[in-house]
Ligand binder design. Structure first.
Ligand code: PLP
Length: 291
């Protein structure tokens, strides 16, 4: 794998960063996970905008100008022979505060570290879509937005890792995190949707969750199809009594959830509206690719 590190592409074994990097010492950095379909990047500008907003949220200036990013992402794909007729690409951009003396002051780190990695995208198996996955409601609460805003896609991911550890210990695919007021938020790397009496429901951004790019597309496509949508404040009982449930993110698209906390959702099979939303997403996704 060839990795872009700071200002050039280097071999994987040469792609090393300093132990003084504040990304390593303090989780002081931001990242974005992007994908392509063939050689066209999905929602490229929206991902790059969110990267800029995340960096802005921690007062980090991205050292590479805006107009250079599309070319760099494509160069990463070409050099690694991914993002073509044979494979869709997974791309990860990481930008940390950079190396500096020990201490929290960002001024200790004059130069941010920039990394771009890419590899073939590994989508969930067909069985995952056919059978659905199980979730638990984690004891770990989602970060309070006034403590660490979940809209900042930060390399400090311990909040989500703690919830993922709970899911693994329970034998579940993932965890749903509640917020400080016991409202549903999201899962560890995906947004959460459920269906109640024909209405497509999802926690409002104000509950403290990442403004997922797939979430946004699912909401717009649902509105276009006249499916009633509720972005709101929901408690655990809303998910336990839902007719259907699914989760979304860039690499998984729409994955049905059939069990929550050991109880079946609806009839315990992927729901009809869930399947309709996913089919509609697949049918429309070229609208969201680069030209
Ligand atoms: N929520 C969290 C915490 C995430 O990390 C992610 C994606 O990585 C998402 C939601 C889904 O976001 P997107 O649809 O932009 O991939």
């Amino acid at each position: 794998m060839l990795i872009y590190l700071n200002d050039r592409f280097v071999k994987e074994e040469e792609a090393v960063v300093s132990v003084f990097d504040h990304g390593f010492l303090y989780g002081d950095g931001v990242y974005e996970t992007i994908r392509s379909y063939g050689n066209r990047i999905f929602m490229r500008d929206q991902h790059l905008d969110r990267l800029r907003r995340s960096a802005g949220g921690i007062g980090l200036t991205i050292p590479i100008p805006e107009q250079k990013w599309p070319g760099l992402l494509h160069e990463a794909m070409t050099r690694n022979d991914v993002g073509n007729d044979r494979s869709d690409a997974y791309l990860r951009i990481t930008i940390t505060r950079g190396a500096g003396g020990i201490g929290l002051d960002p001024a200790l780190c004059p130069t941010p570290t920039v990394v771009i990695m890419t590899k073939p995208l590994a989508p969930p198996s067909p069985q995952t879509y056919q059978n659905g996955v199980s979730l638990i409601v984690a004891k770990t609460r989602r970060n309070l937005p006034t403590a660490l805003d979940p809209q900042i896609k930060a390399t400090n991911f311990l909040n989500n890792i703690q919830a993922k550890r709970e899911a693994i210990a329970a034998g579940a695919f993932d965890s749903i995190l509640l917020n400080w007021e016991s409202h549903l938020t999201e899962c560890t790397v995906s947004n959460l949707f459920f269906v109640q009496a024909g209405r497509l429901c999802t926690p409002a951004l104000a509950c403290g969750l990442l403004d997922g790019i797939t979430r946004d597309i699912v909401l717009s496509l649902a509105r276009e199809s006249q499916i009633p949508v509720d972005e709101g404040y929901f408690g655990v009982e809303a998910i336990h009594t839902a007719d259907e449930c699914f989760i979304t993110n860039t690499s998984m698209e729409v994955v049905p959830v059939t069990v929550v906390d050991g109880h079946p959702i609806g009839n315990g099979k992927p729901g009809l509206l869930t399947q309709q939303v996913h089919r509609h997403f697949v049918a429309n996704r070229t609208r969201f690719l680069e030209p």
